[in-house]
Design a protein around this ligand. Structure first.
Ligand SMILES: [Zn+2]
Ligand SMILES: [Zn+2]
Length: 257
């Protein structure tokens, strides 16, 4: 209730540009906010939506994103884990298909563009934004992102499983010296052994990676839905003791550079 029950969705502002990462149930909240409070629907705006991957908790908000139904908007959709077997267009068509959803993707009247790439590439979505990417260790693949803009940087690294005692070099390379590092902290080290193979990591591993890569602020993210507020309070205390100034993500939280 306090930390938030929506699944993954981040909005990252770079000047006038808005980048969206993942389309969990949080995307519905973002879409409603954009149309109700910020008057952006109908404003002829261009959105970029980047998927870490297409497991259900990261895509299920997509059909409920109001701005995608407005013909004056443009939505460019990126994914780095599907080639060569599939494309993100194909996956989203399936998501909104009989018998999974009542209306097909064609009912989205915004102009939709689809950009599949291979994780590891650097993306330049425009306006001097550069986005480095790296493959993560997750069943069916996932992509980690580092967004650099105006001399500031934020990394979004979920979902990924670590190997005990062997820090992920792809991640260390990606997050080196970044201002913010948002990391898959589904479990604690105590819980990790019984969840091997699930594709997730721990807040302690996040803190270790943050230290080794010299990042500014570590952000605990992708909370296990079985962890209630009281449990998350204990995580907040524990992470503060290990890496003071770290943040445990909450619904509607805003991070400023
Ligand atoms: Zn996943
Ligand atoms: Zn997930």
């Amino acid at each position: 209730m306090r930390y938030g029950g929506n699944t993954a969705c981040l909005e990252i502002g770079c000047g006038d540009r808005m980048l969206i990462f993942d389309a969990g149930t949080g995307l519905h909240v973002l879409g409603s906010d954009l149309s109700a409070n910020r008057g952006i629907v109908g404003g002829d705006l261009k959105y970029d939506l980047f998927f870490t991957h297409t497991h259900f908790d990261h895509i299920c908000g997509f059909p409920f994103f109001q701005p995608a139904f407005d013909p004056s908007n443009k939505l460019r959709i990126w994914a780095g884990h599907l080639l060569p077997e599939r494309t993100i267009r194909e996956v989203l068509i399936y998501l909104m298909m009989d018998p999974l959803f009542p209306i097909p993707i064609d009912t989205m009247r915004a102009k939709l563009d689809f950009e599949d790439f291979e994780a590891g590439k650097i993306l330049y979505p425009g306006d001097d934004i550069s986005i480095r990417t790296a493959p993560l260790n997750h069943p069916n693949g996932a992509t980690g992102y580092r967004i650099d803009y105006g001399g500031r940087s934020i990394c979004y690294v979920t979902d990924t499983e670590h190997v005990v005692g062997a820090p992920d070099q792809n991640i260390l390379g990606l997050i080196e010296g970044a201002d913010y590092f948002i990391y898959d902290s589904t479990y604690s080290d105590d819980e990790f052994a019984e969840h091997k193979g699930w594709g997730h990591s721990t807040w302690q591993e996040g803190a270790r990676l943050a230290d080794q890569a010299g990042v500014g602020t570590f952000v605990v993210f992708h909370h296990d839905p079985d962890h209630d507020d009281a449990h998350m309070d204990t995580v907040t205390e524990a992470v503060e003791a290990v890496r003071p100034g770290s943040i445990v993500a909450r619904e509607d939280m805003i991070l400023t550079p």
